[in-house]
Each structure stands twice: as structure tokens, then as C-alpha cells.
Design a protein around this ligand. Structure first.
Ligand code: HEM
Length: 340
């Protein structure tokens, strides 16, 4: 579907065949990401990898990230980080769940803190979320989230209607962006210290690796809680065995791959809205980007390079959650109650 959003032609791709055509035959042409002011402020207009244009700088920085941080070997070497962080995570849930009067636990916050810490310990070799969960990295994270929200609220409009950018100045957006990025720089200086040179890449890892993983795990836990039989089977296996297995497109058009629709296409998936983990049991389809009906990590040149890291962390956290705890949905009154 070709839309004209303001001044920008935008192609929304909602079929797996079309994604195949793009990735197999035109990958280079679609390997750039849209330019957003907020990303420029965040990364000083240049020194990150995830948002930079396709080219030599991207190739080199991506290679550094893969070799130094995200190769299978490095992910295996970092197993001790996952083990320590998940042990802290399990302890904190345990403490919270036995606390008098506290009948529900906000898992989302704990998941964000755990992934945040695991990524930062591997990316900048330090741990910033302190025992009470209010470490420097949380502040760092808050600033990133605030800026991320602005990408959605403002940049979506700014990118589509560049002639209206003066409104950003009038409404004080650019000024607030400067304040936010200044705040971020102060925290980053403390956080990154001697690793300042890799600030852009470290921030990339935190941005790309924290909410993706914690939201993914959050949904997985929500589905498991809604499907007690599946959960019980996985728990029995875990507790017994102690492991988890488990056209014509205008030049400069923006292209959105609509993975949400593709992954719910009834011609490709049987009962796509149902949580049926057995659908993958006798199927060759996996999540690595070769099967265009299922692309949670993207595909092609810009495919997620933290896939192995993310999957290892999510698997290990899920195994521990299921092994140590039984879950049920909170009573209505409990929803929204914060973990102290
Ligand atoms: C469940 C967890 C994760 C999911 C679902 C996920 C998903 C994605 C997706 C959809 C993309 C865009 C791919 C494309 O444009 O085709 C991406 C890119 C990226 N991801 Fe992930 N990701 C996850 C975890 C991680 C982790 C843990 C890290 C790092 C520690 C990471 C680092 C990156 C980076 C750096 C990019 C940009 C790659 C580039 O532009 O060349 N991701 N991810």
C-alpha cells in the first residue's frame, strides 16, 4: 500500500512475498533508516551504528559490535553475566513476593532493569542498576525512553511534514531536546567513563537490547500465564530436567515492513492469534530472518545483530522464572500497583 504521509511517500509492505522481493533482490536500496532529529541529538549526528546510513562506517562499526560483543563465542563467554543478573532478578521477585501485604509483583520493571544491566555489563563492562533498582543506568534509560517517545510523538510528524519543522522551534521541542541530550551526556560521562569513545555503540546496544528483550519476555510471560497447561508442561520439564528447549516505488519513499500483519496472515499461519508453541515443533520456519512470514528480528543486511544475545537472555530468564515461581494474573485491584 503506497501512502502519502505529508510530504513523504510511504510504502507499507504487508505480505511475506513482497518482503522476500525486497530483501532478496533490493536489500541495499532499502538498507537506510529514516533520519530523525532526535537521533542526531542523541548520537551527536554521527557516532552510532543502528541509525547510521548504510555504508563503510556502518560496516566497520557493525563488525566491531559483532566481533567484540555479539558473536556466538562472546555471548557464550558472557554466560556468567546472565547467571549473576538472573540470580539477582529471581531474588528480587522472591523478596517482593514474600513481603507482607504485597500480593503482586511488577515484573516489567524488574525485566527492564535486568536486561539493561546485562547489556551494559557486556557493552561497557559495568553494572549501573543498584540493589534498589534506582541506579545511574535507570536515569540513563529514562532519558532514552523520553527521547524515544518524542521520536514517535514528534518525529513521525516532522519526518512527514518537514515544512512544519518551525513548529518544533516555537513549541520549544528543540530546546527540550537539547536539555535532554545535555542531561544524557552528563550521565553518559559518568556511566561510560574511560569507554567514552564507544558511547554511541554502547547507547545503541542499550536502546536496541533492553526494551526489545523485556517487552518480548513480558509478552511471553503474559501468554504463559494465560495458558496454564502449556506453562505446567514447561515447568514439569524444567523442574525434572533442569533445562529449557525449547511494483513501482517512488525514489526516497520510506518503506515499512508490516511484520505485525505478515505474522498474522491466515494464508501463512493456522489460527495466528492463538498462542500455540507446538506450531514450530515440526516446522523448518525459524526466527533468524530467512523465512519472511516470521521476522521478529528483521531480515537482510540490517537484521538484528543482538539476536543470539537476546535469545540467550530471554531463554535463561524464562527458564528461571518458570523453575522458581508459579504465576497467576493479579486481581483487578492489584493492576498498576508498583513494586516498592
Ligand atoms: C528479543 C530481543 C530483540 C528483538 C526482537 C530485536 C529486534 C530487532 C529488529 C526488528 C531490528 C531491525 C532489523 C531490520 O532493520 O531488519 C533490530 C536491529 C538491531 N538490534 Fe535487535 N532485537 C533484540 C535484541 C537485541 C539485543 C539484545 C541487542 C544488543 C545487545 C540488539 C541490537 C540491535 C542493533 C545494534 C540493531 C541495528 C542493526 C543495524 O542497523 O545494522 N538487539 N533488532
Amino acid at each position: 500500500m503506497l501512502l502519502r504521509l505529508g510530504q513523504v511517500a510511504t510504502l507499507v509492505v504487508s505480505s511475506a512475498d513482497m518482503v522476500r522481493e525486497i530483501i532478496k533482490n533490493h536489500d541495499i536500496a532499502f538498507s537506510n533508516r529514516p533520519k530523525a532529529t532526535v537521533i542526531g541529538f542523541l548520537f551527536n549526528w554521527s557516532n552510532d551504528m543502528a541509525f547510521t546510513s548504510y555504508g563503510m562506517y556502518w560496516r566497520q562499526t557493525r563488525k566491531i559490535c559483532v566481533v567484540e560483543l555479539l558473536s556466538l563465542k562472546r555471548v557464550q563467554e558472557f554466560h556468567y553475566v546472565r547467571e549473576e543478573e538472573v540470580a539477582t532478578f529471581v531474588n528480587r521477585i522472591h523478596k517482593a513476593s514474600i513481603k507482607t501485604g504485597l500480593d503482586c509483583v511488577n515484573l516489567s520493571e524488574l525485566m527492564i532493569a535486568t536486561f539493561n544491566n546485562a547489556v551494559s555489563r557486556c557493552a561497557v563492562f559495568k553494572c549501573y542498576v543498584e540493589e534498589d533498582g534506582v541506579g545511574k543506568l535507570v536515569l540513563y534509560w529514562e532519558v532514552l525512553v523520553e527521547m524515544g517517545r518524542r521520536i514517535v510523538a514528534w518525529e513521525g510528524r516532522g519526518l512527514s511534514f518537514s515544512c512544519l519543522e518551525w513548529i518544533d522551534v516555537l513549541r520549544g521541542f528543540l530546546w527540550r531536546l537539547k536539555v535532554s541530550s545535555g542531561k544524557l551526556n552528563v550521565v553518559s560521562d559518568q556511566v561510560v567513563g574511560e569507554h567514552k569513545a564507544v558511547l554511541g555503540l554502547g547507547a545503541d546496544m542499550l536502546l536496541a537490547g533492553t526494551d526489545t528483550s523485556s517487552i518480548g519476555l513480558g509478552w511471553l510471560m503474559a501468554e504463559l500465564i494465560r495458558h496454564p497447561k502449556v506453562t505446567k508442561k514447561a515447568q514439569e520439564q524444567l523442574r525434572a530436567l533442569n533445562f529449557l528447549e525449547a511494483n513501482h516505488i517512488p525514489a526516497n519513499a520510506k518503506v515499512f515492513i508490516n511484520a505485525w500483519v505478515i505474522q498474522r496472515d491466515t494464508s501463512l499461519w493456522d489460527m495466528p492469534e492463538e498462542f500455540m508453541i507446538e506450531r514450530f515443533e515440526n516446522s523448518s520456519v525459524d526466527f533468524k530472518g530467512q523465512y519472511f512470514q516470521f521476522i521478529p528480528f528483521g531480515s537482510g543486511r540490517r537484521v538484528c545483530l543482538g539476536m543470539t544475545f537476546g535469545v540467550a537472555s530471554i531463554e535463561y530468564m524464562t527458564a528461571n522464572l518458570l523453575y522458581w515461581f508459579d504465576f497467576k494474573l493479579p486481581e483487578d485491584g492489584c493492576l498498576g500497583k508498583e513494586l516498592e
